[in-house]
Design a protein around this ligand. Structure first.
Ligand code: HEM
Length: 522
């Protein structure tokens, strides 16, 4: 080290009063150096991107200044910007160029070609090394294990658990019925979903008190919102800055809540399994005599593959539970809110439930017959897709339908929201209208509808999600009629990895059974 460098360092270390400014200047210098070094490397990319429409940029921040505001405002601005461009356009996220696409045919091309999901390190602290974060060979292996957990032979068991938890949910709501009390449905739905998905993936029974679920639900929602914010808050983008922010505002405890939960699940599984029991038979857990759950499959892999550690098991279980529970809970809450706002649709779903499922037990096969209910679910997934956008990076050039080429290595964001609002396929796109999904329109809507993604990384739990949403709807709607004072204009979606309504899902419940009895006696 030269004497002058040593002098600078000594100066920084020994004069604490002045060193803040010096450190700041040094940091800016280093950042600029890396930005310009990277930009030089990216000459080819930048040249190719010139053929696309470009959002205005400013030095260092790129196009981020266009999306300043609350989470809700940022999403609204993003949607407005996407709507102004007919085809793909380019924005800069700090010094990373991002190609944004919203046309159905381009989205399909990218989904089919790119397996590499890229969140730029955001969300890694929540999902760790779980499926949605992995790439290449590691992803392929994990995908195989997880897909096996969703094979058709598991679904009867999942059905039984979901049925049981949905019945409990319907009972838990009874005290609110016919009271004129307005309440937020989401917390009830979350508790039920979190408990059933945890049971189905890991065999772990959550405490029946609302506290454990509420604490976890809040921790997950808040961390996902914080993580999503990082995309438009450049100061939090570097890992070190985000960690500092978490420590300063004591937010690390939220991650701790999730971690403790996942550790409890894994510890309980290990404690319950007497040596070797977990993997005696290829598809059966000898303790429960049930088909193996995701956690059993993961431990089996852990035993066979030294590189797949206990931490990987924990990350996978945590990742699938969070991915599944969040998106399903928001979707059911949105469906219930939509049905409360659209009485005719609610009555039609109710009649269908009565005709197919009756009052008491129903079979898994019956769910296929709930055609109109499925239209309502699809319409909700169209209007409020849990994933508003999705991310990819590809190491080869990709040609779009209009002949423009996305250069290799570029980050690609595609707007599922935009493709779901394309009036060519959904003529009444701005409203909630289940007729969009009429059977005879299938060739139209299929082209531009991607709530679960598409291609090799298609949501691994899509069938599970549909089944769980339908089961909950059957239990709730055959017992309660829903009303709300909320209007479509009160809905403002925010992006916290999963789309949520900013003002919640405020409903009132009215008894179906009581009202029907009084109708009959009259
Ligand atoms: C309404 C409910 C759900 C929606 C709308 C949804 C949507 C999505 C979307 C859009 C993706 C990304 C696909 C892509 O990038 O191509 C995804 C991935 C994923 N989903 Fe879902 N999901 C739902 C429910 C579930 C459930 C219930 C589970 C598990 C129990 C689950 C587990 C996953 C996992 C593990 C991935 C990552 C797959 C991979 O990277 O290979 N999801 N989901």
């Amino acid at each position: 080290m030269t004497t002058s460098t040593t002098n600078i360092l000594m100066h920084l270390c020994w004069t604490p009063g002045r060193n803040l400014t010096s450190i700041f200047i040094l940091l800016i210098g280093i950042t600029l150096y890396f930005i310009f070094k990277r930009r030089r490397k990216m000459r080819r990319t930048v040249a190719m991107l010139k053929s696309f429409d470009q959002l205005p940029t400013i030095p260092i921040l790129g196009s981020i200044h266009l999306f300043v505001g609350s989470l809700r405002e940022r999403l609204e601005k993003m949607i407005n910007v996407t709507n102004t461009y007919d085809s793909a356009f380019v924005l800069w996220l700090l010094n990373t160029p991002v190609v944004c696409i919203g046309k159905h045919e381009d989205i399909r091309t990218v989904f089919e070609k790119c397996h590499h999901v890229e969140y730029l390190n955001v969300f890694h602290k929540v999902f760790g090394d779980s499926l949605s974060m992995l790439q290449d060979e590691k992803w392929r292996k994990s995908r195989q294990t997880t897909t096996y957990a969703f094979s058709p032979n598991k679904f009867h068991q999942y059905f039984a658990t979901l049925n049981e938890y949905s019945a409990i949910l319907a009972n838990d709501l009874e005290p609110l019925c016919d009271t004129e009390q307005v309440f937020n449905m989401k917390s009830y739905i979350s508790k039920s979903n979190l408990s059933s998905i945890t049971m189905n993936m890991s065999g772990y029974k959550m405490s029946s008190s609302k506290h454990e679920c509420t604490e976890l639900d809040n921790a997950i929602s808040e961390t996902l919102r914080m993580e999503s914010s990082r995309y438009t808050m450049p100061i939090l983008f570097p890992h070190i800055m985000y960690e500092t922010y978490l420590s300063l505002f004591r937010k690390n405890r939220l991650y701790g809540v999730m971690q403790n939960f996942a550790e409890k699940i894994v510890q309980e599984k290990l404690a319950n399994s007497t040596k070797g029991h977990l993997h005696n038979k290829p598809d059966q857990d000898t303790i429960t005599a049930r088909p193996k759950l995701l956690i059993d499959l993961l431990f089996k892999r852990h035993n066979a593959d030294a590189e797949f550690t206990k931490k990987h098991v924990l990350d996978e279980v945590k990742g699938v539970i969070i991915a599944g529970f969040m998106s399903t809970s928001e979707t059911i809450s949105f469906v219930l809110l939509m049905l409360a706002m659209h009485h005719e649709a609610q009555e039609e779903v109710y009649k269908e439930i009565r005709a197919i499922c009756g009052d008491e037990t129903f079979q898994m096969e019956d769910l296929k017959e709930l055609v109109y209910m499925e239209q309502c679910i699809n319409e909700t997934l169209r209007k409020f897709p849990p994933a508003v956008v999705d991310f990819r990076r590809h190491d080869e050039d990709i040609m779009l339908k209009n002949g423009k080429v996305i250069p290799a290595g570029c980050l690609i964001i595609f707007s599922l929201y935009k493709s779901h609002h394309n009036k060519e396929f959904f003529p009444n796109a701005d409203n909630w209208d289940p007729r969009h999904f009429d059977r005879e329109r299938i060739t139209q809507w299929r082209q531009s509808f991607f709530p679960f993604g598409s291609g090799p990384r298609l949501c691994v739990g899509s069938k599970y999600a549909m089944m769980s949403i339908k089961i909950q709807l059957v239990h709730l709607l055959r017992r309660y009629r829903l009303t709300t004072e909320m209007k479509m204009r009160d809905i403002h979606i925010v992006f916290g990895m999963v789309t949520q309504n900013d003002s919640g899902y405020r409903l009132k419940l009215h008894s179906r059974v009581k009202n029907e009895r009084s109708d009959m006696s009259a």
